[in-house]
Design a binder for this molecule. Sequence first.
Ligand SMILES: *Cc1c(COP(=O)(O)O)cnc(C)c1O
Length: 483
Amino acid sequence: MRYLSTRGTMAPTSFSDILLDGLAPDGGLVVPAEIPTVSPDERESWRGLTYPELAARIIGLYATDIPTDDLEEMTRNAYSPLRFSAPEVVPVTPIDEQMSLVGLSEGPTMAFKDLAMQFLGQAIPYVLTRTGRVLNILGATSGDTGSAAEQAFGGADTINVFMLSPHGRMSDVQRAQMYSLTDPNIHNLAIDGVFDDCQDLVKAITGDAQFKADYSIGAVNSINFGRICAQIVYYFWAWLRATDDVEDRERSGSAVSVAVPSGNFGNIYAGHLARRMGLPIRRLILAANENNVLDEFFTTGIYEPRTREQTLATSSPSMDISKASNLERFIWEFVGPTEFPDRWAALVRSGRLDLSDQLPRLRDEFGFVSGTSTHQDRLASIRTVHAESGMVIDPHTADAVTVASRVSEPGVVTLVLETAKAEKFRRTVVEALGVEAPAQSERIAALLALPQRVVELPDDAESVREQIRTGALQRRNTTGFTD
Ligand SMILES: *Cc1c(COP(=O)(O)O)cnc(C)c1O
């Protein structure tokens, strides 16, 4: 498998190479040169595989430069019972006749980011060891990505993590999951600003090619294709589990829809790739919160990113995004590589991309439908699911339930992706359920009681660079020692 850049000027490269960096060198996003397909027979032959076995098969279609045995060892370690609390790794549980919950939050940080990040936690050290390199990972987080990355890379001896987070703007649990870590290779930097300021600092520092090369800076943000690839796995897994029962398979004609709480368009883009690979997904249901640029795009064909001032702080905070980085990959495919440069240049120039003349294709050819869920919708969905099934869902998952209920079709089962555990966003759950909300678990209470350490910094790139200069792992010299 070869990889290209959406901007079209990158030399074709391998999976191992693209793992270490988010962006292509020309500033575009990395995309596979062709999408591998999986025949119905092959798919059926995967029904008996465990999650780690299935992951090695699917990731192996993209990571063609990594030997199968090595990949199998990586996925066994990444998705081991030591890291995921459910024995099946991703449990699929019916909510009612029409909807099932896909449990993507059984990992160490109780959010779906663990599924991709735990794979990178194996794959990146593997590549570094083979090439004798070290990596300083620089990232920005609004909460879930940072904790998942720190859990995945904590203690790795070829990797240091510098994670920027907005000071005082994360939930108690998110903060504790990051700041209580004691691994010496984890550097938490709390920035006096909002998430977008943190992201701008990362862009400023990684845009400095010399600094980036001198300090071997890498990225594991949601545009990293290694993450996208690991996310394809659970679409196949959930589809196979939803159709395990022959009667279910006959009743639904194997047509299953998937509802995805979306922000940066990374998760649902993986679903789109699964569908292109041949998985019979009927609809990809995109759920947005009040920050609904993506819903606007899929209902009108017009994409108009908003500014940070126009981005609201909502009760599903991990979806408070008004400029969806991964959408570039989809648009590249949708308009085609030839037309893409002009279309993209127009978007950058005018802040608006108009594909409304091709609107029917979004639904008919690509299967996308979308909707917006508000705070009140979220509360109502948490209450409804609890009343019907006794399950307690988190506010992001509730957004997907809201939109899935609105667009549900008779006879079609919808798989709702659970992107976080309710415990991680307890305040909204208590608001929805009142006295019926579950008490805080011992696990969370113990986490919140741990001592925390963090370096507070102004919103200033030079201060961050200084932290990297003093804390960075240095490239090894030719004798194999660290200098
Ligand atoms: C990251 C995140 C999302 C959004 O996922 P994207 O891949 O950015 O679309 C939704 N819910 C939760 C809980 C998340 O952490």
